[in-house]
Ligand binder design. Structure first.
Ligand code: PA5
Length: 427
């Protein structure tokens, strides 16, 4: 599975010399990451997860998922940020392939919305439910609050002893409040490794258990990630597309002074992936008054709204187009006898081809209008491909953070809102 990079659309602004000049800096970033001696190196365990993950744990995840699939109609995943976005990405992407069977997987605990909690409670009222509470710290308010409601529901529906059989916990091996709760009640748990931070945890039980419950082959996910790990290990910007992408977005920021990386995608199923990317890059790079602001548009929908801004608005952004080469689905345009809409010229054409022409027309218009672009062509969407995509962007983000000379693996800014909120709540 290939992820190709095309930077024809930034050639007027960036050239090979700019990329070559970055080689010493790239080498320093590569070495710091691979030798685990850069900023935040205690959280770089994700780098070798595709190879070094606990194989027994993977089997345990699969076994647990098989049991869950037999027992429930609704699988509730409670988590926020890195504790849900990776699994949601894979599930949303593969859903269109018809791979996903029962149970229905629902995500909750990623907002403080009473409406959302009420809707979910109403939906699960007469259904068999199993819940996976995912929180590395075990003390994040949003999932904790959602679980409080779901826990109450389980107690009422099943009684205490039986309710415990409807809970699976994914958390830190000792920190936080979930672990003692699980131990006390004999609840099955999966651990988030110490050296893997939330937004880099998709290839641990955090992402893999919900994926397996949804029917995704998690061995394929890991195999794809392993292909990525091997392919993107070489420190050579001309060979390594991941490093080339990291170099280009760094140059967009530093040389062209762009402030926003706009991810543009043309399949709505990529929406959760865009959210995962925004969390990954935004939380990793937005530090010390630096960093690209990651944003996204779902085209062609957003060409009828934000497209105007991109074409004619302030020159503060560059565009990264995420394109899937092999269409996820296809339909041929039907003919209609009276041709009332004058679209018979498209009869027999693939809708995915029309989508492709829209993408091509858009990136060319943006380029002509002065918007530099990068295209990332993803060969196909499959569990294997998704595993590789996760690894590609995690690595680009780790390298990108080191190019900026910041710690990409902490999130001190997130703590500020939390402590303010808690002060207000306790006052
Ligand atoms: O990347 C991160 O560390 C964060 O976005 C976390 O994933 C998020 O805050 C959820 O944290 P926790 O899993 O501890 O509940």
């Amino acid at each position: 599975m290939k992820i190709k990079i095309n930077h024809e659309l930034c050639k007027d602004w960036l050239n090979e010399k700019d990329i070559k000049n970055l080689i010493p800096k790239m080498t320093a970033a590569h070495e710091a990451l691979h030798q685990h001696n850069g900023l935040g190196s205690e959280y770089t365990g994700w780098l070798s997860l595709p190879e070094n993950h606990d194989k027994m744990e993977l089997m345990r995840i699969n076994d647990c998922a098989t049991e869950i699939r037999k027992k429930c109609e609704v699988f509730l995943v409670i988590g926020i940020g890195g504790s849900y976005l990776g699994a949601k990405t894979a599930i949303d992407l593969l859903e269109s392939d018809g791979i996903i069977g029962a149970p229905i997987v629902l995500f909750i605990g990623n907002t403080l919305s009473a409406t959302k909690i009420k809707q979910v409670l109403a939906f699960i009222q007469n259904k068999e439910v199993i819940v996976n509470v995912i929180s590395k710290s075990g003390k994040t308010l949003e999932p904790a609050l959602a679980f409080r409601f779901i826990y109450g529901f389980l107690l009422e529906k099943y009684g205490k002893k039986e309710a415990m059989k409807h809970i699976v916990i994914t958390t830190d091996k000792e920190k936080g409040l979930l672990k003692p709760f699980a131990l006390e009640n004999n609840i099955p748990t999966f651990e988030v490794p110490d050296d893997v931070g939330g937004r880099f945890s998709v290839l641990t039980a955090v992402g893999l258990l919900p994926m397996a419950v949804a029917g995704i082959n998690i061995q394929d996910i890991m195999d794809g990630a392993l292909e990525g790990m091997n392919e993107y290990a070489v420190n050579d910007i001309s060979e390594n597309n991941c490093y080339r992408y990291a170099a280009l977005r760094y140059l967009m920021y530093k040389k062209l002074q762009k402030k926003i990386e706009l991810f543009a995608y043309y399949e709505p199923n990529l929406g959760s992936f865009a959210e995962w990317l925004k969390q990954l890059f935004g939380e990793s790079e937005g530090k010390q008054l630096q960093g690209l602001f990651p944003a996204s548009v779902c085209n062609t929908t957003d060409l009828h709204s934000l497209g105007q801004y991109v074409q004619n608005g302030e020159r503060i952004l560059f565009e990264t187009t995420l394109w899937i080469d092999k269409p996820m689905n296809n339909l041929k345009v039907p003919t209609i006898p009276d041709d009332y809409d004058k679209l018979n010229y498209l009869t027999g054409k693939d809708v995915s081809w029309i989508n492709r022409m829209a993408m091509q027309g858009t990136v060319e218009a943006h380029y002509a209008g002065g918007i530099p672009g990068i295209s990332l062509n993803i060969e196909e969407i499959s569990a294997f491909g998704i595993g590789k995509m996760f690894y590609f962007f995690e690595k680009a983000c780790g390298i990108g953070g080191y190019l900026l000379e910041i710690n990409p693996f902490d999130q001190p800014g997130v703590e500020d809102y939390k402590s303010n909120m808690l002060n207000l709540l306790k006052r």
